[in-house]
Write a protein that binds this ligand. Structure first.
Ligand code: SF4
Ligand code: SF4
Length: 373
């Protein structure tokens, strides 16, 4: 028996058309801002991923090469996968008194640290998006009862950005991010894999970066060896979130006041200048930028950290990771008054070289100021 698509009154109609329209509508009604539909084949960017790994640009993210077969074949993620629904959500919310973000030196003067926009809401976006994906998968099963479907966000080995481009949602900027002409690049990407065919959208084949190189020029740690290529080992997002190591000394000054992640290559992008803000409660910031004090993370116990930040994106680097990041920020922005707080960390063998560096950097700044003043 063939699956029922609710089109019995018009059996001649292409069996893919009605379910495609119903699933697309369900995605948009279910809290996704963009949806595109594309075949579940080896993504066009797979060979770039292989080259990128060969260069070592993935750093210590060994889970990427380990899952290369799955990145190549979506059937390893959902057996029999035929279709990918590429999904995007706008997380561009106003960040309170600092929207647009205050200039770098205004942030520095206030002694505050910066947190990437996506991490400012109270809930981890994975939790929010997984809930929406579960609902969408249920709707897919109502529309096409015979179909198997699986929702993914970040953690499964799916090149969501490549499928988004293939499904027509946007192009890859020179900063390697997907850019949509109206929404810009403040986007969470997700996908639903299905083992049935639907009607497919044309890919987005053009690029709209032109001669612009703002993102490449503005990156504080020179993390782009070439346009469209990111050396994660130099990227502040990697250094403050993914890495479990101390950042290399030559990159610490460039990390400036970024406590968690970095938005510089998005903030300078002209396609984000008019990006609309979302009013969704799930994506409203809970931190005012002027209120994130890096010193807080040096005073919390692991239990206090877990209680305050355990359900936020800041839990990913964890208590130790945030202490490490706070040391970098204070090394770059702290004053003599911070040294008593930093001294005890020189007794922690996992942080001692960084604590020594931070104290030395503060003292150096102080001497320079005294000499010039
Ligand atoms: S996130 Fe920051 S450090 Fe990473 S590439 Fe963009 S500008 Fe550079
Ligand atoms: S800043 Fe310029 S080059 Fe970089 S992604 Fe945006 S438009 Fe493209």
């Amino acid at each position: 028996m063939s699956p029922s698509y609710g089109a019995e009154d018009d059996p001649a109609r292409d069996a893919r058309v009605l379910p495609t329209a119903a699933i697309r509508a369900a995605a948009l009604a279910g809290g996704f801002d963009l949806v595109g539909i594309t075949p579940a084949v080896t993504p066009a960017g797979f060979s770039h991923l292989v080259d990128w790994i060969a260069q070592g640009y993935h750093g210590t993210m060994e889970y990427i090469p380990r899952r290369l077969d799955a990145y190549r074949d979506p059937g390893r993620v959902l057996p029999g996968a035929r279709t990918v629904l590429a999904l995007a959500l706008n997380y561009h919310a106003s960040v309170g008194s600092g929207d647009p973000r205050p200039p770098q030196n205004a942030v520095a003067a206030s002694g505050a640290a910066q947190i990437a926009r996506y991490a400012l809401p109270a809930s981890d976006y994975h939790t929010v998006i997984r809930r929406r994906l579960r609902n969408l998968v249920e709707r897919c099963n109502e529309v096409v009862p015979a179909a198997r479907a699986r929702g993914v966000v970040d953690t499964a080995p799916v090149l969501e950005r490549d499928f988004a481009q293939a499904a027509g949602l946007g192009w890859f900027g020179k900063n390697t991010l997907l850019i949509h002409k109206r929404l810009g690049s403040w986007l969470f990407l997700a996908a639903v894999l299905l083992d049935v065919e639907l009607q497919y959208d044309p890919p987005h084949t053009s690029s709209h970066c032109g001669t612009c190189t703002r993102c490449l020029d503005a990156c504080p740690t020179q993390a782009f060896p070439a346009p469209h290529v990111l050396d994660a080992r130099r990227c502040i997002s990697y250094l403050t979130i993914e890495s479990r190591e101390l950042p290399p000394e030559e990159l610490r000054a460039g990390m400036q006041d970024w406590l968690f992640g970095c938005d510089v290559c998005q903030e300078v992008c002209p396609w984000n200048r008019k990006a609309p803000t979302t009013t969704e409660a799930d994506f409203q910031p809970t931190f005012d930028l002027s209120g994130v004090d890096p010193r807080l993370f040096l005073t919390l116990s692991p239990e206090q950290f877990a209680e305050r930040f355990g359900k936020t994106p800041l839990a990913r680097p964890g208590w130790w990771g945030l202490r490490r990041n706070a040391l970098v920020v204070l090394g770059n922005r702290g004053t003599q008054a911070d040294i008593p707080l930093l001294h005890p960390l020189t007794a922690d063998p996992t942080l001692q070289p960084l604590a020594d560096w931070a104290i030395g950097a503060i003292q150096q700044r102080n001497h320079t100021a005294e000499a010039s003043g």
